[in-house]
Design a protein around this ligand. Structure first.
Ligand code: FMN
Length: 402
């Protein structure tokens, strides 16, 4: 299936430092349209489109906006999550570099919908080089008068993966150490500085102007029953053509990995980054959707030369390093998983370690405070499901040497 460019339609087509090139293609027409609509009408349109968040969790966008709109507060905020810390993701960077104007327009529409007068772009520390160009883009939009009712500022992260998690992100903007908050209350009721707040991923907001211009029905007919529209993927690893691809939701993993990225001798595809799924070659025809596998759109390909346990071990090392440490299941659990995986990596794993890996994973999934600890065991569990032989062979090799 060919690529379908909705989110990326302006990338490499407009000049990101010249608002006139954006305006020439209908830029800010969606914002002008919503100014003539009530917030309720805008929210109904987004709800009817079926748009779900592209930051990983897939929460319905219109519903989130409705919750924030209906929450009492003497100030409300729109936050664009441009932290993009997930391992193997670089699609938001691609967008920020090439089309900041659609994002700004999407945020301004969100502001109108929920009744917010200001918003923030939370920019990943490593994307500091984009700060200047984003500020200039905002300034150009301001000068054209499109930000009179809703203004945007930028806050930079300091390099913590956990600050991509929405509640830690808000702590970070508030100047605190980024740690996950207990919920409820959820951000649409009590978010940044205790005010109703919506937090959306860059890609989610990029869809908004097109939905407003083309209508909810146009968006709703694309994709699968519960996954509407397109998805932008960051593809890397053992492939000939790494890069950023936008496909209709429901396209198969094989189309992306073999047809577009031209991978060969595929062993594992990690879908969704460090906390994502481990997909074996035999499942390459899996459709990409919220119903199956998706996450934030990181697709990392490992060919037959790669060692499964090494991949999982390194992934868990990253997660243990990045755990914020607030809850014990994640803080202690990720370290314990690393300890056992390192035993396997050194060829010292034992049969009972597999049982511990499984039991610990279950406990972490049930009791961790946020998505990091809840999802950290996924690579472990998936690898045990699809590549159990790799673990058992390691144990058998050890026994043979003894
Ligand atoms: C550990 C962790 C890291 C996250 N990192 C990001 C991130 O870098 N970017 C992002 O958009 N969402 C990230 N999320 C998801 C956010 O918490 C939140 O669900 C998302 O920004 C909501 O936007 P959406 O509804 O548009 O997807 C992360 C979640 C967790 C648990």
């Amino acid at each position: 299936m060919p690529e379908k460019r909705i989110v990326l339609r302006n990338c490499n087509a407009i000049k990101p430092n010249r608002i006139s090139t954006y305006l020439a293609g209908g830029g800010f027409e969606a914002l002008s349209k919503v100014r003539g609509m009530s917030p309720e009408q805008v929210i109904e349109e987004i709800k009817a489109s079926g748009l779900r968040g592209r930051g990983g969790a897939g929460f319905p966008c219109g519903l989130k906006w409705e919750l924030a709109k209906n929450s009492e507060g003497d100030g409300k905020y729109v936050i664009c999550n441009a932290d993009e810390g997930e391992v193997g993701t670089f699609k938001d960077r691609y967008i920020l570099e090439r089309d900041p104007f659609t994002l700004i327009e999407g945020m301004a529409i969100a502001g109108h919908a929920i009744g917010a007068e200001s918003g923030y772009i939370y920019l990943r520390a490593e994307y500091h080089y984009l700060l200047d160009s984003l500020m200039k883009a905002i300034e150009q939009v301001r000068k054209r008068g499109f930000l009179e009712q809703f203004d945007i500022d930028i806050r930079e992260g300091a390099g913590a993966y956990i600050c991509g998690e929405e509640s830690a992100l808000m702590d970070s903007i508030e100047g605190k150490r980024g740690e996950v908050r207990y919920r409820p209350p959820f951000p649409p009721t009590k978010g940044l500085w205790g005010k109703p707040t919506i937090i959306n991923n860059v890609e989610t907001l990029m869809n908004i102007p097109q939905i407003i211009l083309n209508g909810a029905a146009w968006f709703d007919q694309m994709g699968t029953e519960r996954s509407k529209g397109t998805k932008v993927f960051s593809v890397s690893g053992d492939v000939e053509r790494p890069g950023v691809y936008e496909l209709m939701l429901g396209s198969s993993l094989r189309e992306l990995v073999e047809d577009l990225a031209m991978a060969q001798r595929v062993k594992i595809v990690q879908v969704g980054g460090a906390t994502g799924r481990i997909i074996p070659y035999s499942m390459l025809d899996t459709p990409l959707s919220f119903e199956t596998v998706l996450g934030a759109g990181a697709i990392t390909i490992f060919d037959e030369s790669r060692d499964t346990i090494d991949i999982v071990y390194r992934t868990l090392e990253f997660l243990a390093e990045e755990s914020c440490g607030k809850c014990a299941p994640c803080r202690e659990g990720t370290e314990a998983l690393v300890g056992i995986l390192s035993k396997f990596s050194r060829g010292e794993g034992e049969s009972r370690d597999i049982v511990v890996l499984e039991q610990l994973s279950q406990a972490m999934m049930l009791s961790s405070l946020c998505g990091l600890g809840q999802a950290a065991p996924i690579p472990v569990m998936d690898s045990l499901q699809h590549f159990r032989d790799d673990y058992e062979n390691r144990i058998a090799e050890k026994m043979a040497v003894q």
